[in-house]
Design a protein around this ligand. Structure first.
Ligand SMILES: *Cc1c(COP(=O)(O)O)cnc(C)c1O
Length: 397
């Protein structure tokens, strides 16, 4: 029997999958059987997890859940249409207003995810005559948005405003957009925003910051990098936040001037051509925003957990990165070793995911430990005890 030509294409796909497996780069999904929380159930086991981005422990908060339930009773489940047709409801609007006040920006626009927000903003602002400058460690969604925009795409050295400045100086593009993570998602370090903003001002460029991991964590009231560095709307005109991390819900927002937001409403395709997020998610986020702002003890406890982890890890001689945030990677280097270590930790009841290329650069596979305000001191101690045992057993260190 001769196979139809299409099948040959699929033969190629299975070879690619096998190659990936051989390189220890194959990914698989776990099955979560409990809410997102440090002590969780997954794949039929009880585990102590250090891998979520629910930094403040709000994803499973009873008040957030109650707000979600009440709004679902009142507004139903589905958004039903895009924002520009008939999908923009009261909870969406109220959340936009509250986030504008929170960030001190004129207006806010909600998106269904951070990935979509970044794609939407960059493609709405830039075209062929323009240029985008991105930190080389930026999140994939920022890189993808830059590529899709068809603007001239350049990367600068990580957190290096001299490298950025040299690239800006040699550009004669119509518009120049500089794009950076606020807190770098795989390294945990913070972008040097005041320097980057000054460089942008020197070269008449706009600064866009994606602070997915800063909101809720940095700043006295959880306002993220912008609050931490006291960045004005002039210095930082395009501010993106996501709601699925510190806020514990889902979706994303862009904060900025009236002109920016109106431009996005008219031009951002990932805003226009998609159904609005469920209104109940917006209603739940209004409550998580209040908790995030008012319950400063969550940030204080989280900072304590970060300090404890770093101190104990240093005593054990572990190699940590220069991060003061809840993202505390332990760099292993080799992807197969990182996997072996993660697998052994799991046999000890501790879940830490191994992050491998292409998510991080070749040769820098790591265990990405993330800490949460829901972790206790005992949890941190247990992680490090397990790490010592697993490292010995797998001969990693
Ligand atoms: C998680 C993340 C995103 C994507 O946000 P989602 O709402 O999960 O799509 C964007 N940028 C950064 C830096 C992130 O860490």
């Amino acid at each position: 029997m001769t196979l139809p030509p299409d099948y040959r294409g699929f033969d190629g796909l299975s070879e690619d999958l096998e190659r990936r497996r051989g390189q220890h780069l194959y990914r698989h999904r776990r099955l979560l059987q409990s809410p997102q929380q440090p002590h969780l159930r997954c794949d039929d086991r009880e585990l102590l997890a250090f891998c979520s981005n629910d930094y403040l422990g709000l994803a499973n908060h009873h008040e957030v859940i109650a707000a979600f339930q009440q709004a679902a009773s009142r507004y139903g489940v589905g958004g039903g249409a895009s924002h520009l047709v008939i999908g923009h409801s009261e909870p969406h609007h109220a959340l936009e207003d509250a986030l504008a006040e929170f960030t001190g920006r004129e207006r806010v626009l909600l998106f269904s995810s951070g990935y979509m927000a970044n794609m939407g903003v960059i493609t709405a602002l830039l075209g062929k005559k323009d240029a985008v400058f991105e930190d080389r460690l930026n999140h994939a969604s920022l890189l993808d948005g830059g590529l899709l925009s068809r603007a001239r795409f350049q990367r600068y050295l990580h957190n290096d405003s001299a490298s950025l400045s040299a690239r800006l100086a040699s550009s004669d593009a119509r518009r120049k957009l500089v794009v950076t993570d606020g807190v770098f998602s795989m390294d945990g370090d913070v972008a040097l925003l005041p320097e980057l903003a000054a460089t942008c001002a020197d070269h008449n460029a706009w600064l866009m910051v994606d602070d997915a991991h800063g909101f809720g964590v940095l700043g006295d009231s959880g306002g993220g990098c912008a609050e931490h560095f006291e960045m004005s709307a002039e210095q930082l005109p395009v501010l993106v936040g996501t709601l699925g991390k510190g806020f514990g819900t889902a979706g994303a927002f862009v904060a900025g001037s009236e002109v920016l937001i109106e431009t996005l409403i008219q031009q951002a395709r990932s805003y226009i051509y998609t159904t609005s997020m469920p209104p109940a998610v917006a209603a739940a986020t209004l409550v998580s925003l209040r908790l995030l702002q008012q319950e400063g003890w969550r940030r204080e406890h989280l900072a304590k957990m970060v300090q404890r982890f770093r101190l104990e890890a240093a005593t054990l001689g572990l190699e940590l990165m220069a991060s003061e945030t809840p993202i505390q990677p332990i760099v292993i280097g080799d992807a197969s070793r990182a996997l072996a270590l993660s697998a052994h930790l799991e046999t000890l009841g501790v879940l830490v995911t191994a992050i491998r290329p292409p998510t991080v650069p070749e040769g820098s596979a790591r265990l990405r430990v993330t800490l949460s305000a829901a972790h206790t001191e005992q949890d941190i101690d247990r992680l490090l005890e397990a790490f010592v045992i697993a490292a010995k057993k797998t001969g990693v260190r």
